[in-house]
Design a protein around this ligand. Structure first.
Ligand SMILES: [Fe+2]
Length: 256
């Protein structure tokens, strides 16, 4: 498995606090069958700024430590880029890390509380530049939870999505779990990632998520999700499948 979203780079955000923890996290990743990870510290989210050059240096140092400790695990520099009005300037400025060497996929975070009005325009601008925004954990966003069609329209527009393994397993509650299942069913999910932070809270859970995916949607969906994670990291084409709007559940009116 390949993990394209995690916070295990030491001491840069609300993820792993130090190298010792990060090395333990790398060891666990290897044990759980994760062979490579895109390290995506928060960037421009109002709390954390992690410049491209710094992340590249830190990831190189982490990889060296991983190798020195005999852990078989490959790490790549990335960012979880928070949407802001400045994003295009930051890209022009060369301070944004893409998921792949060809600057094709961008791990994009929206505010949890909702989808800003300018998102559609921003996606349009990015896609026009040949960049595919990979919207991270849409299932946890209140805006998409309220308005499923919004997610459909963004994927139709050309965005990809990364669903979080633990969301699919119910870690964030039954509602988020059900919404994740609906997203997968409608082919609006592109791949899984862990969004792992540390040992206390959010962990990998990737193997469990893929097992559930196999049971619920079959081996072909597993193959597609695994392929897409690799494709995003390598800058290859992804397979989205035929997308469908998520059906609205009929509300019980309580008339009888
Ligand atoms: Fe994250």
């Amino acid at each position: 498995m390949i993990d394209i979203h995690c916070h295990i780079l030491p001491g840069v955000d609300d993820g792993s606090p130090d190298m010792e923890t990060s090395l333990k996290l790398a060891e666990v990743a290897e044990k759980e069958g994760i062979t490579a990870a895109l390290l995506t510290p928060h960037h421009m989210d109002g709390e954390y700024v992690n410049h491209k050059n710094d992340v590249e240096k830190e990831v190189a140092e982490f990889q060296k430590q991983i190798n020195d400790h005999g852990i078989n695990f490959k790490v790549f520099p990335g960012q979880e880029v928070h949407i802001t009005g400045e994003l295009l300037y930051e890209i022009d400025d060369g301070d944004i890390l893409f998921a792949d060497p060809y600057n094709r996929y961008l791990m994009l975070e929206l505010p949890h509380t909702g989808v800003p009005e300018y998102t559609e325009n921003m996606l349009f601008e990015l896609i026009a530049r040949g960049i595919t925004p990979v919207i991270v954990h849409p299932e946890r966003n209140y805006g998409f939870q309220d308005d499923h069609d919004l997610l459909y329209s963004f994927v139709e527009q050309g965005a990809a999505t990364q669903l979080t393994a633990s969301s699919y397993l119910g870690v964030f509650g039954k509602e988020v779990e059900k919404f994740t299942e609906e997203i997968i069913k409608a082919n609006l999910g592109t791949t899984f990632a862990s969004d792992a932070h540390n040992f206390k809270g959010r962990r990998y859970r990737m193997g469990d998520a893929y097992n559930k995916l196999k049971k619920q949607f079959g081996i072909k969906m597993v193959a597609r999700y695994e392929y897409n994670a690799k494709a995003i990291l390598n800058g290859d084409d992804i397979e989205q499948g035929t997308i469908m709007p998520i059906k609205k559940k009929k509300k019980f009116l309580g008339l009888f």
